[in-house]
Design a protein around this ligand. Structure first.
Ligand code: PBG
Length: 323
């Protein structure tokens, strides 16, 4: 049937009608809130390129997590900024580093909160690369040991999900094996599977002070031009034992989110990264976009594309809007 018999506008007349035919429902339980955590107590440092986001010490991170929980946000992912950085990122394995401290503080304040941790070396190395560097090269296999050690450090502190974001080959299987050997068979792995070498990570690297000191990440993160390769990465991670596969960034990669969704039965996560967040804020500050509506539209788009969960800096704000 075509016009005039068919009139799609009939079902758009009232909000009640629109609610009946709405295909995608965004809820605060879809969100995972990324938190940057630093050593100390009572620390709340604004991140200038990410309005509304801060570097928190463990005590304040736990308070924020608790407020987010009350808004319906049920998961956080922690990014550690250590006291000191060195060539091998040794602070990634400190039992009393900011990530383990925050895991314990959140678990105490909000026992039901799902606590995830980012597992990567770039926040901990002085050269800012995601693994061991030799002669200007990021070495794959020796880096696996470090990543597994970092994941174990988080698991021992009580993390529920570890999320390797380094893009070394074989890390999911390696970490899975080490976790199991140490009795952490119940700790899940969320793999940053299709992680692209993206310019949209700029503000994050300010926040974590993790921009590479030389070169870039293109020898391990993916070429933005590739879709099939993103699928291959997700399927490899599934074979290696990933419990959740992720696509990152989200907005400019919705085709990948959809393709991964169609190829796997695993839950699919999408990461709305720092640059996506910063862009919306910057335009809103100039009065060019409406912050709240743009934020929610960007998130519903990611869910509509096929994401089961969304890592987003908007988590508490969007949760408030959805209440
Ligand atoms: C660590 C990591 C990065 C992000 C998440 N984990 C930075 C990078 O790969 O350079 C980016 C997240 C964001 O931009 O919000 N490897």
């Amino acid at each position: 049937m075509a016009f005039p018999e068919s009139r799609p506008r009939r079902l758009r007349k009232t909000e009640a009608l629109r609610a009946l035919v709405r295909e995608t429902i965004l809820t605060p339980a879809d969100f995972i809130w990324p938190l940057f955590v630093v050593p100390g107590r009572g620390v709340k440092q604004p991140i200038s390129s990410m309005p509304g986001q801060y570097r928190w010490s463990a005590d304040l991170a736990a308070e924020e997590a608790s407020k987010a929980w009350d808004l319906g946000v049920k998961a956080v992912i922690l990014f550690g900024i250590p006291e000191a950085k060195d060539a091998t990122g040794s602070h990634a394995f400190k039992k009393d580093g900011p990530v383990p401290e925050t895991i314990r503080a959140i678990a105490k304040a909000v026992p039901e909160m799902v606590i995830m941790t980012d597992v990567c070396m770039c926040e901990y190395t002085d050269h800012g690369h995601c693994g061991i560097v030799e002669k200007g090269e990021v070495l794959n296999d020796p880096t696996l040991e470090l990543l597994a050690r970092e994941a174990l450090t988080h698991a021992r502190a009580g993390a529920h999900v570890v999320a390797p974001s380094d893009m070394m080959d074989g890390r999911v299987g390696f970490i899975r094996e080490q976790l199991d050997e140490e009795g952490f068979e119940d700790i899940a792995i969320m793999a940053y599977s299709a992680k692209y070498a993206s310019a949209f990570y700029g503000p994050f690297r300010d926040a974590a002070d993790s921009a590479p000191a030389f070169g870039d990440r293109r020898s391990y993160q993916m070429d933005p031009a590739n879709a099939n390769e993103g699928l291959r990465e997700a399927l490899l991670d599934e074979e290696e034992g990933a419990d959740i596969v992720m696509v990152k960034p989200a907005g400019p990669y919705l085709d990948i989110v959809r393709a991964v969704r169609e190829q796997t039965d695993l839950p699919v996560a999408a990461y709305q990264v720092s640059g996506e967040y910063a862009m919306i804020h910057a335009a809103a500050e100039r009065g060019w976009l409406d912050l709240d509506r743009t934020a929610l539209e960007s998130l519903v788009g990611i869910k509509r594309a096929g994401a089961d969960m969304i890592l987003t800096y908007f988590a508490p704000h969007a949760a408030k809007l959805l209440k």
